[in-house]
Design a protein around this ligand. Structure first.
Ligand SMILES: NC(=O)c1ccc[n+]([C@@H]2O[C@H](COP(=O)([O-])OP(=O)(O)OC[C@H]3O[C@@H](n4cnc5c(N)ncnc54)[C@H](O)[C@@H]3O)[C@@H](O)[C@H]2O)c1
Length: 323
């Protein structure tokens, strides 16, 4: 199939591009390189340097008979979205409307969208399933939920089929070592730990150790980026073969605490990785875990690489060269 990957030079997008190329699809990457990297591009994929806010350029890039668009382009810093919501409105919401309209104009029938566990907000029960109420606690999460709603309307009115993939905490690097681009100013825990291990930062801050969890630190569901990439290909199989849209959680279904990750990283890297306990961050629940039963049953997807050691080892393979 012909696939347009928007945001395909980014951390997750580059893994998704690699997966589609590995499966023999033809890929065009469209990215403004605001956080994406040329290092994340592959010679087999065509690259267009463009911005989703430039409708003319986007619609030109979307023409030419694509079967699907994978939409990963967004700003994703939860904290920043609470301080500069306008920035998130423009890039995430206006940008998505442009993508949807360019897809309609270009006759693209399938859209695979990077949604997020942030659509749920404070958990009322765990593990989170797709029917859990959606009350985002951040403006970032709100943009993802609104986009899911736009997708629903474009499905109903225009026959676009979508997969909204609600990623939990993405982590790790390509299990075959083919992707090496580091995220700049990461806020996610595992890259922060890797930066501490490789000497790029002094220490890891642990936000709270008084939660109602076994060791008091926050428990999250980490899903390997190679597992996420595979899910995109399976989701496109689903929407294109069944002519149906789908919204699914993608998580490993395992909760791992901050301290467990720090300990595992110390063991695997052999580095001391100083960690300091600081106060809780506003809005952080103690525990968040997913059930991915729906993705297992409907997409035939399971998280194969999302065990703690693979998450850390594949990350360290990339970060250790930074020392
Ligand atoms: N990393 C996670 O844990 C996580 C979790 C849930 C959802 N997501 C979502 O997954 C997607 C990818 O995340 P990521 O971690 O790879 O982030 P990333 O910042 O590495 O990737 C985003 C990509 O989109 C591009 N981009 C942004 N704005 C653009 C614009 N206006 N025009 C063209 N390109 C633009 C960036 O240059 C970058 O290559 C995002 O939509 C994010 O919200 C990520």
């Amino acid at each position: 199939m012909n696939i347009l990957i928007i945001g395909g030079a980014g951390y997750i997008g580059s893994h998704v591009a690699r997966e589609f190329l590995d499966r023999g699809h033809s890929v065009r990457v469209f990215d403004n390189l605001s956080s994406g990297l040329r290092l994340n591009l592959f010679p087999e994929a065509e690259f267009i340097h463009g911005d989703i806010l430039d409708y003319t350029g986007l619609s030109r890039a979307s023409a030419g008979g694509f079967d699907a668009v994978v939409h990963l382009a967004a700003f994703k810093a939860v904290g920043e979205s609470m301080i500069k919501p306008e920035k998130y409105s423009v890039n995430n919401i206006n940008g998505t409307i442009n993508i949807l309209n360019a897809a309609v104009e270009g006759g693209i029938k399938n859209i695979i969208f990077s949604s997020s566990a942030a659509v749920f907000g404070r958990p009322e029960y765990l593990p989170l399933d797709e029917t859990h109420p959606t009350n985002p606690e951040s403006y970032y999460g709100f943009t993802k939920l609104e986009i899911e709603r736009f997708l629903g309307w474009y499905d109903k009115l225009l026959g676009i089929r979508f997969a909204a993939l609600r990623y939990f905490n993405a982590a790790g690097y390509d299990v075959k070592g083919r992707i090496k681009g580091l995220e700049s100013n990461p806020t996610n825990l595992i890259p922060v730990i890797m930066e501490a291990a490789s000497g790029m930062r002094k220490e890891v801050e642990v936000f709270g150790n008084d939660y109602d969890t076994p060791d008091g630190t926050g428990v999250r569901d980490y899903v390997h980026v190679s597992d996420l990439a595979i899910a995109h290909a399976m989701a496109l199989d689903y929407t294109s073969k069944n002519d149906k849209s789908i919204t699914v959680n993608l998580g490993s279904e395992t909760g791992i605490s901050v301290l467990e990750i720090v300990e595992a990283a110390r063991r695997i890297t052999g580095k001391p990785i100083p960690a300091t306990i600081v106060g809780r961050r506003a809005g952080d629940p103690g525990k968040l875990t997913a059930t991915s039963k729906k993705a297992r049953e409907l997409l035939n997807w399971t998280a194969k690489y999302s065990d703690l050691d693979t998450l850390i080892k594949t990350s360290w393979d990339v970060y250790k060269n930074q020392q």
